[in-house]
Design a protein around this ligand. Structure first.
Ligand SMILES: Cc1cc2nc3c(=O)[nH]c(=O)nc-3n(C[C@H](O)[C@H](O)[C@H](O)COP(=O)(O)O)c2cc1C
Length: 243
């Protein structure tokens, strides 16, 4: 059985997962964006495909917490780190180390570009071309003759220091209390009065996507930061495959 486990607050990672779903007839899907799954125990003859967005060059901490009870039994694993055109830094290596401790054999993976969660960076990605590249990779990665050996992913130890969110959306008087934002929040960081709980907010900005009256807003400072940042990372990056 192929197990697709992923975290995707803004849907970019999920678009890549879709390509894997069309390549396999039988799979179990574990969307951990909103759920803590409890124990997931995979057997040796199963396959794990694990996908997540890169946050600050690392694996999002909330995703790692949700995976606490994941266990393999020399189970082969493919790692997909989806990044917003800046860099994936140590994210693949961090996930490889995490999976090895849980008895998986990460034998391949990819760093894939998707629209950045902030601003208007690579908004058309994943493009049809990106999905085609992934389909070619899937065929190679899922070849039954392929032997599962530990892959030497790029990255450094100690990993890049985990960044801290410094931009948190707030709510204007336009709010109609529909609570779409509360439901969209992967970290339950919006309370019933539609205040952002800063200690919980992961700054994914999913709440801005769903507000029907644009009442979730960010500071001038955020918009200035995004303008500069977008300019710095505007050159399109490529998908990188490891197998
Ligand atoms: C808090 C935060 C940190 C991020 N850090 C990085 C990063 O280090 N490198 C990068 O290229 N993209 C970074 N991104 C962008 C996401 O990796 C990218 O937009 C990804 O496609 C989001 O996945 P999703 O659409 O499945 O939520 C960051 C996004 C957020 C919200």
């Amino acid at each position: 059985m192929t197990n697709l486990i992923y975290f995707s607050p803004r849907g970019g990672t999920k678009k890549y997962i879709q390509a894997f779903k069309s390549a396999k007839e039988e799979f179990l899907e574990w969307d951990l964006t909103y759920n803590e799954p409890g124990t997931i125990q995979l057997k040796q003859e199963e396959l794990l495909i694990i996908a997540f967005p890169v946050y600050y060059g690392r694996v999002p901490l909330l995703f790692l917490q949700r995976l606490e009870a994941l266990r393999g039994n020399n189970t082969p694993a493919i790692i997909l780190a989806v990044y917003g055109n800046r860099d994936f830094d140590d994210a693949l290596l961090e996930m490889k180390d995490f999976l090895i401790k849980r008895a998986f054999i990460p034998y391949g993976g990819a760093a894939l570009v998707a629209k950045h969660s902030y601003g208007h960076i690579q908004t058309h990605r994943p493009s049809a071309e990106d999905i085609k590249e992934v389909e070619v990779f899937i065929k190679r990665a899922l070849d039954p003759c392929k032997e599962a050996k530990f892959y030497d992913f790029p990255g450094n130890v100690p990993y890049k220091e985990r960044g801290k969110s410094s931009f948190f959306p707030s709510t204007t008087d336009e709010c109609i209390l529909c609570k779409a934002c509360v439901r969209s929040c992967p970290s339950s960081a919006i309370d019933e009065e539609i205040h952002t709980i800063k200690d919980k907010c992961i700054s994914c900005m999913a709440c801005l996507d769903v507000c029907p009256v644009d009442a979730r807003v960010l500071s001038e400072e955020f918009h200035d930061f995004v303008k500069d940042f977008s300019e710095k990372i505007k050159e399109p990056r490529e998908n990188v495959f490891f197998l």
